[in-house]
Each structure stands twice: as structure tokens, then as C-alpha cells.
Write a protein that binds this ligand. Structure first.
Ligand code: SAH
Length: 254
């Protein structure tokens, strides 16, 4: 990847946690950066060096953080905005484009900035690989947080996706601030997908202390998930073979 010496913004995915899963182009961008912007735990993964300023901010200030990155790039800085996993999956890439759009009238020159999104390995794919191939057929990825959308919409999507027979991956499955919602999600899934459908809880995937647990939906409890867990629900054909969980590539007619 060729980046200029003028200001730019790179929105980079750091992968699920294991440093071996950070791509070479992301490493190169970090090496060329003057500034790193991101949520505190992700910025902690960057090795400090002279000439590199780390701007770690709290959660839930994504658009402010993105605006700051664009401001710095407009001043000629080389800015890497870091996300975990892939930056386009429930993460900072959309926030940067939102900030760009919000400022399109007041700062039209930002539209000409060099902005690049560098992909990373998203949690659901790392988790799927760790257990076998549960996403080997059609699937949907759903963020279970109701920060940016109403819970009623999440319930509707779970219902319809379950009825459509897709496997699912859930991000942000359960937080302390909304303890009852995941229990409700499990209820909907048992109804829409069938109680024997396999569900996997994958915690701290690729990190020390990784935990993987697969049970039928009927035995799943809300406590099996937290914010460090990505949850994968199979389709009705998803099954175990030996120590693995996989979904066949074929499906019968609807
Ligand atoms: N952009 C990230 C997702 C950010 S949302 C990505 O592509 O992976 C944060 C959620 O991602 C967490 O609540 C959790 O559901 C999931 N997650 C991220 N890293 C994880 C890991 N190493 N193990 C399990 N889940 C993870």
C-alpha cells in the first residue's frame, strides 16, 4: 500500500487480539503514523515510540474521535484510527465517514483527504475458525447492543433471520447495563431456530484464556455471554463432528 507523506487517515483493524493476526499493511501504516486514535484498550496494543502520539479515548465517543482524526489529517498529520477486529464491522470506519458527512458543508476540504480502510480479521471469523466451520453456509452478523438502534428492531431481526434459516453471529451480546435483553434474545432464538440448534460462546478468541463452549439452544443461559464474547448460532443443519462444529455447504429447498 502506498501512502503519501501528506496528511492522511487510515482506519485499521487490529484483528481479534493475537498480534500474529495483524496484517502487514496495518503494521506498515502504524509505522508511518504520527498519531494513533482509538478506544483505550485498542490503543494500548500500539507500541509507543518517539514521534508517535497516542490519543486514547473512552467508549461511545466514536464520532468525536473520528472528527479529531480528520482534523489532524487536515493539519498534515498521518493518523491511524484503530479498531479491534475489522474496522468496518460495528467499528470506526463508518464513524469516520459519518464525521466526514456531518462536516461536508463546513469543512468541504476534508472530502479530498486521503482516507483508507484496512481490513482486519473480525471476531466472528476468528471464532468460527476456532471451532470449525459454523459459518460455512449463509449467515447474518448482528450487533445486539441497543445503543444505536431500538431493542424492538433487534428482536424483529432475530425473529426474521431465525425464520429464514440463516446462521448468526452476535457482537456485543450482553452488558451489565442491559442484563435482561440477552435472555429475551435466547427465547426468540429457541422459538425461531428450534431448541436443538447449536449455539457457541467464544470468549477472548485468539487471546490467552480463550474459552469456547457449544451447547444446544435449549441449554444456553444468559450468563454464558458477556461483552468479551462473540456468539455464533448455527442453522438447523449445524452439527458436531468429533471436536468440531460445522455447517454443511448445502441446504434443502425452503
Ligand atoms: N470491530 C470488531 C467488533 C467490535 S464490537 C470486530 O470486527 O471484531 C465488540 C464486540 O466484538 C465484543 O462485544 C465481542 O462481541 C466481539 N469481540 C471482539 N473481539 C473479540 C474476541 N477476541 N473474542 C470474542 N469476541 C470478540
Amino acid at each position: 500500500m502506498k501512502l503519501s507523506q501528506n496528511g492522511w487517515v487510515v482506519i485499521a483493524g487490529l484483528g481479534p487480539g493475537n498480534e500474529a493476526l495483524v496484517t502487514q499493511e496495518v503494521r506498515d501504516a502504524i509505522d508511518e503514523a504520527t498519531d494513533i486514535v482509538g478506544y483505550i484498550p485498542y490503543v494500548k496494543r500500539i507500541v509507543p515510540r518517539e514521534g508517535l502520539t497516542l490519543h486514547a479515548t473512552d467508549n461511545r465517543v466514536e464520532v468525536d474521535r473520528a472528527t479529531h482524526a480528520l482534523e489532524m489529517a487536515a493539519e498534515g498529520k498521518r493518523v491511524v484510527v484503530v479498531s479491534s477486529g475489522d474496522p468496518g464491522v460495528f467499528a470506526m470506519a463508518s464513524a469516520v465517514f459519518e464525521a466526514l458527512e456531518n462536516n461536508a458543508e463546513s469543512r468541504p476540504e476534508w472530502l479530498d483527504l486521503e482516507i483508507k480502510v484496512l481490513p482486519g480479521i473480525t471476531a466472528m471469523l476468528a471464532a468460527a475458525a476456532a471451532i470449525g466451520a459454523p459459518l460455512g453456509h449463509d449467515f447474518a452478523a448482528i450487533n445486539l447492543s441497543d445503543n444505536l438502534k431500538p431493542w424492538s428492531l433487534i428482536e424483529k431481526r432475530l425473529q426474521l433471520v431465525g425464520e429464514a434459516g440463516l446462521a448468526m453471529a452476535f457482537y456485543n451480546p450482553r452488558s451489565k447495563s442491559r442484563p435482561h435483553q440477552f435472555a429475551r434474545a435466547l427465547e426468540i432464538l429457541r422459538e425461531a431456530c428450534g431448541a436443538e440448534t447449536l449455539i457457541t460462546f467464544a470468549r477472548d478468541v485468539t487471546k490467552p484464556g480463550q474459552e469456547l463452549l457449544t451447547v444446544p439452544l435449549k441449554d444456553a443461559t444468559p450468563e454464558m455471554a458477556d461483552m468479551r464474547t462473540v456468539v455464533i448460532v448455527g442453522n438447523r443443519d449445524t452439527r458436531r463432528v468429533g471436536n468440531y462444529v460445522y455447517t454443511p455447504r448445502y441446504a434443502a429447498e425452503a
